[in-house]
Design a protein around this ligand. Structure first.
Ligand SMILES: Cc1ncc(COP(=O)(O)O)c(C=O)c1O
Length: 341
């Protein structure tokens, strides 16, 4: 059976031109700095984001944790949003890898209040840990995009207190598309950024960390420490280059498809849709009086060739991607409604 998949944009398959680029890639041992395709990808990524240098890493989680490790010292405190990916979905690895403690800020639709962030920065006191890093996330995994103004305020606070800012930009280009600005304009308000090649941009594997030359040099050493020194990785970098050169404009269409999906869901009675954070390719909603259990709904859809995830904190999430068609969306909504309402 051919499945359509609304679980995430991480499920995207590579495009034909990525498959061709992978087959033809010129590769070398990247730990020896010998892979020309990786170098080309890193140079292109740095240019796109307006940063001095870039580093290819295996995943978004790896990139985020590498930046936490590289910015901080053991025992530091990291300020970040209470529902950020780094805090909630990275297996507690900041404690394991960097040995830091996380201090969360309440968020509204992924936004942190800059005043609260500033209040949490530690003073110099023998009892306190040092604040080593502030992490922001844009686009946020809750589906919302944070404004440049909010990012700018937090960045200025970081500068005033000598605390660097890391941005989890797994979906950086989705955020830039929604804000109507370049990726570099978003990245100007962070010292380091991780973004993913492998989500809506359809590359099979890989993320990029960008920052200053000095930061990337230190990150490269830490990448080796974390076991992320990869050899003939140019095969994946070749797909990454296609992702950055060809796929970014498609993200707006992913967002449009999600708006279409949201509109269709809005016409159903008994759904509470989180419209206020429906900025990118994700829609979140609750079902008020479901007539079937979650498992029944998931399996009922699977039998019809449709994959969805279960709820998290009672919220369903559907995600559109490059391979989603409008007909797939119609079929999802009709089948889901028949099973659950
Ligand atoms: C906001 C955000 N950050 C980081 C990641 C981690 O990316 P990866 O799955 O490549 O580790 C994800 C993954 O979905 C994400 O949504």
């Amino acid at each position: 059976m051919k499945y359509v998949d609304f679980r995430s944009d991480t499920v995207t398959q590579p495009t034909d031109s990525m498959r061709a680029a992978i087959a033809q890639a010129v590769v070398g041992d990247d730990v020896y700095d010998d892979d020309p395709t990786v170098k080309e990808l890193e140079a292109y990524a740095a240019e796109l984001t307006g940063k001095e240098a870039a580093l290819f890493v295996p995943s978004g989680t790896f990139g985020n944790q590498l930046c936490v490790l590289t910015h901080t010292r053991r025992g530091d405190e990291v300020i970040l949003g209470d529902n950020s990916h780094i805090l909630m979905h990275e297996v507690g690895s900041s404690a394991v890898i960097a040995g830091v403690q996380l201090r969360s800020v309440p968020t509204r639709n992924g936004w942190m209040d800059p005043k609260v962030v500033e209040r949490l920065i530690r003073e110099d006191d023998i009892h306190y840990p040092d604040t080593g890093l502030i992490c922001v996330e844009n686009a946020h995994g809750c589906g919302a995009v944070v404004s440049l103004e909010n990012m700018r305020k937090i960045y200025r606070i970081g500068q005033a207190h000598n605390v660097p800012i890391h941005m989890d930009g797994a979906r950086l280009f989705n955020a830039a598309a929604v804000l109507g600005v370049s990726a570099a304009e978003v990245c100007q308000y962070a010292d380091s950024i991780t973004f993913c090649l492998s989500k809506g941009l359809c590359a099979p594997v890989g993320s990029i960390v960008v920052g200053t030359q000095a930061f990337i040099q230190r990150a490269k050493r830490n990448r080796k420490l974390m076991g992320g020194g990869m050899r003939q990785i140019g095969f994946l970098a070749a797909a990454g280059l296609v992702a950055l050169k060809e796929m970014i404009p498609n993200l707006e269409e992913d967002h449009k498809k999600c708006k279409y999906l949201t509109e269709k869901l809005s016409r159903l009675d008994g759904l509470k849709i989180k419209h206020q954070r429906n900025d990118i390719n994700m829609v979140f909603f609750e079902v008020e009086n479901p007539k079937a259990t979650e498992d029944m709904v998931i399996h009922g859809l699977l039998e019809q060739g449709i994959k969805i995830n279960g709820t998290e904190e009672n919220e369903w999430r559907f995600v559109t991607n490059y391979w989603t068609s409008y007909e797939d969306i119609d079929r999802l909504v009709d089948t889901f409604a028949a099973l659950i309402l």
